[in-house]
Ligand binder design. Structure first.
Ligand code: UDP
Length: 251
């Protein structure tokens, strides 16, 4: 961050390939601060999503309107570093888990939306054991029939949870959240495959892969069907280098 303040809620909007992302001293503090200010949407940005946002106007608009966009992927952190903005990687799954723990400790109400029905069942059981005081007011899987969604959305709007974690995959979780969270208090955050990991159905990449910045390779081996989406990664790196983002700033 060029001008680093000591405010733990410090949040400074930067751009990576035209997509907004926040450099924060502490993403957890920024999220809690956002809740205190009336809530908002949290997006976890990685390189794949940055490229998707450039091709999908609705996703781009949802990210631009989000109150907090955290750098979830190594590619985004690298692109920011080229601009002289030094931030650590903030995996969304870790922030989401920390927010669940905070919710339990502070009596926040929580809603979980998304993942397969059996994943949601296992997650409910696990959370009951791991965070027994969590006030889980809603926990619904993400494969509802078309007729069920409006009712589910209405229930959410009436319940007004302090924290809504949405695992519907990119871009749906971002665009769905953008549509629903307006005029709602609380934090609304897209969490991708986090419920699968918390339910024990999928594993996160080992830490050494994270350090070598090859977590994407682990995901590809676990889910080979992602290869098409991942084709955007070299394009991201090339575009950041080609545009020379940040060079002008350093001169
Ligand atoms: N999902 C869902 N409903 C759908 C499509 C996907 O609930 O119609 C869930 C899916 O079961 C998984 C999550 O959304 O738990 C997406 O995980 P993924 O790792 O693909 O997230 P992404 O990389 O897209 O953020």
């Amino acid at each position: 961050m060029d001008a680093v303040s000591t405010d733990p809620c410090d949040q400074h909007r930067c751009q990576v390939l035209g997509v907004g992302v926040d450099a924060c001293r502490d993403v957890h503090a920024a999220a809690i601060g956002l809740h205190a200010r009336g809530g908002g949407q949290i997006v976890t940005l990685n390189a794949e999503m940055t490229m998707a946002a450039r091709a999908d106007a609705q996703l781009g608009a949802a990210i631009a309107a989000a109150e907090l966009v955290i750098p979830d992927g190594a590619g985004v952190v690298w692109a920011l570093a080229r601009q002289g903005v030094r931030v650590g990687r903030s995996p969304g799954i870790e922030l989401a888990r920390a927010l669940l723990a905070y919710a339990e400790a502070h009596g926040w109400t929580v809603a979980l939306i998304g993942a397969a029905p059996e994943v949601m069942d296992r997650l409910r059981q696990r959370l009951a054991a791991e965070l027994p005081a969590l006030r889980l007011v809603m926990a619904e899987h993400g494969y509802q029939s078309a007729e069920s969604w409006p009712l589910l959305e209405r229930r959410l709007q009436v319940l007004k949870p302090d924290l809504v974690l949405v695992a519907l995959g990119v871009p749906r979780q971002e665009t769905w959240t953008q549509r629903l969270h307006a005029d709602q208090p609380g934090l609304w955050m897209g969490v991708g495959g986090s419920f699968d990991v918390w339910a024990g159905v999928k594993q996160r990449a080992p830490q050494w892969m994270g350090r070598l910045q090859v977590e994407w390779l682990y995901r590809l081996v676990q889910e080979p069907s992602r290869w098409r989406r991942m084709l955007s990664l070299p394009g991201f790196a090339w575009e950041v280098i080609r545009r020379g983002e940040g060079r002008a700033k350093r001169r």
